[in-house]
Design a protein around this ligand. Structure first.
Ligand code: B12
Ligand code: SF4
Length: 504
């Protein structure tokens, strides 16, 4: 082993500097390597020349491996760019990918000459074991590392799944490893210095379309209340944090376990945002709602997905149309804004389901106009090539594009980085959408977004939002969504934000 075997942990650019939040994946990995391997974090969201920075680092000969965190979509492209550059500069340096993309697509990840290892699901222990194996040059140990996908004599090998671990909940993240942690605090509708934070791990549900389900396979663990309090105290006193976006996959778990966490939040009273399920909110007792209100929950992001109970059943969501309506009502009566996300155009009936969802959104807006609406296209996860489950094989086999041809998913990271598949990953487009339907969805989204400008947009002025609202009102009222050219132009002038890009 070389004297100072540093490990680079890279968060490739995914968003603008202004929207950058704490790079939690690389911070979590750095925490788990502390005292074992020195680490250097490179964050492409704040360092816009992060590839040059990475090349400088590998150029000094003290780097032993490069770990890259990768979400599908736009981040895949910057991950490919940095990995290719490192491979060219230091061909022998192991390059390890982890995160949402390699977890869902491990074969495609390894089907690229610039990636050596794909780490699936939680990464802390897998990375440590992999580094130990590489450092000791004990290749024969490779197959015992759970959660790893690698190549053996040119063949892709998927080791056993790694069991869920809650160990990381006991450790504080090393925020001081970041260059100026304060630059990750952003002005939002919640506060002047909003932080992205994750309290709990995983989700006990297994909705078929969700990347979280592939990562945690129905497991979840909450942090001790004392840990949450310690972190929030640090953030408030040391960094001046005044609002929180919880990145927990699903914040509201069993009520009895949640109460101690809500009590901590009620002490701090910093406005907060989180992911929540409608069934959990509907079943919350009045006592807990009082705590929720006291703690200043401002908005809850609820995966409403669809107004059709058959589809909710099909994707194993476990909630219903009525629960969505009830959750909206509960939120309204307790002063919380519901942010509902919908998945349009499922392949079974793209047009019919889309129109039904438009109607449902209109109904919700009548009941509670402040409800925020996020519109996505339903894009089921690609099936893993080693997935032996007959139900997922059947579902994948039934997918057809708009011309009736079978849908063939990309087989390599480079193919996933093509525009149509980046759009697929971002839930913006799918092969079964016709041009007419695609246009209709964009037009509806434009009219809705102008008629009800989002509260999350802190950049557009109040007069600008009022002007958009007035301009869009006749189209919305008479359902004349087609080609809203005047709204498109006005939106550009008013510099209106798309909530799907900056909500998180
Ligand atoms: C924050 C966030 C963002 C931020 C990123 C901000 C930043 N960091 O700068 C922003 C807003 C930019 C973002 C964007 C997108 N996101 Co996002 N995002 C999240 C969120 C809420 C938290 C991610 C996080 O920090 N988790 C905490 C860390 C600790 O967990 P982790 O990343 O999973 O890391 C662990 C393992 O994955 C692994 N690991 C990760 N990296 C690495 C690297 C190595 C080397 C190793 C060994 C291991 C490893 O180890 C870590 C510790 O165990 C997740 C949901 C969630 N709660 O996870 C969605 C999530 C990851 N996003 C998702 C998606 C789809 C997107 C988008 C591509 C599309 C969209 N519509 O949201 C967009 C892109 C939009 C655009 N137009 O650019 C999906 C991914 C699903 C999937 N099928 O893969 C998720 C799971 C949300 C969901 N439920 O659908 N996102
Ligand atoms: S409840 Fe939400 S986070 Fe959990 S698996 Fe379903 S969609 Fe994913």
């Amino acid at each position: 082993m070389i004297d100072s075997p540093r490990v680079l942990l890279i968060n490739p650019t995914i968003t603008s500097h202004r929207h950058a939040r704490f790079p939690l994946a690389v911070l979590s990995l750095a925490a788990s390597l502390e005292g074992k391997y020195p680490t250097e974090i490179i964050d492409g969201n704040v360092d816009r020349n992060f590839i040059a920075t990475a090349l400088r680092a590998v150029g000094d000969g003290t780097v032993f491996a490069a770990g890259v965190t990768v979400m599908g979509g736009p981040q895949l492209r910057s991950a490919i760019a940095v990995s290719k550059a490192i491979r060219e500069k230091a061909p022998g340096l192991p390059i390890i990918w982890g995160g949402a993309f390699p977890t869902v697509c491990p074969e495609a990840t390894l089907n690229a000459p610039y990636v050596d290892y794909a780490v699936r699901s939680q990464g802390e222990n897998t990375l440590l074991e992999l580094l130990d194996t590489l450092a000791a040059r004990r290749n024969e140990m490779m197959e015992s590392i759970c959660g790893l996908t690698w190549r053996l004599r040119g063949q892709v090998v998927h080791n056993k799944e790694r069991k869920f671990s809650a160990a990381s909940l006991n450790q504080m993240l090393p925020y001081d490893k970041l260059d100026n942690p304060r630059q990750y605090l952003t002005k939002t509708y919640l506060g002047r210095r909003t932080m992205g934070y994750q309290a709990a791990l995983g989700c006990r549900f297994r909705c078929t379309f969700c990347g979280v389900a592939s990562m945690f396979r129905g497991k979840m663990a909450l942090p001790p209340a004392a840990r949450l309090e310690q972190d929030l105290r640090y953030m408030q006193d040391r960094l001046g944090v005044d609002a929180i976006q919880f990145y927990d996959h699903n914040f509201f778990d069993r009520e009895v376990d949640m109460v101690p966490l809500l009590e901590v939040l009620a002490k701090f009273q910093m406005p907060w945002w989180c992911f929540a399920r409608s069934d959990a909110l509907v079943n919350l007792s009045e006592r807990s709602w009082t705590l929720v209100k006291k703690s200043r929950l401002r908005m809850a992001y609820i995966g409403a997905e669809s107004p059709s109970d058959w589809l909710l059943h099909d994707i194993r969501k476990g909630t219903s149309r009525d629960q969505t309506l009830e959750a909206v009502e509960k939120c309204r009566s307790h002063g919380v804004i519901p942010e509902l996300s919908f998945m349009l155009a499922p392949p079974q009936d793209p047009e019919g389901e889309t129109e039904k969802t438009f109607e449902f959104i209109r109904l919700i807006k009548r009941v509670h106009p402040a409800t925020e609406v996020m519109i996505y296209i339903y894009t089921p996860l690609p099936r893993r090539q080693d997935d032996k489950n007959p139900a997922s094989a059947r579902m994948a086999g039934e997918l057809r594009d708009s011309a009736g041809r079978p849908v063939v998913f990309p087989r390599s990271a480079d193919e996933w980085a093509e525009q149509q598949w980046v759009d697929y990953w971002c839930h913006q487009d799918a092969p079964w959408l016709t041009e007419r339907l695609r246009r209709r969805i964009v037009d509806f989204t434009t009219v809705l977004g102008c008629r009800y400008p989002t509260i999350m947009d802190v950049r557009a002025s109040a007069w600008g939002k009022s002007a958009l609202r007035a301009l869009a009102s006749w189209r919305y009222r008479f359902q004349r969504y087609d080609d809203p050219w005047e709204l498109r132009i006005s939106r550009k002038l008013i510099r209106h934000w798309d909530p799907r890009v900056m909500s998180l």
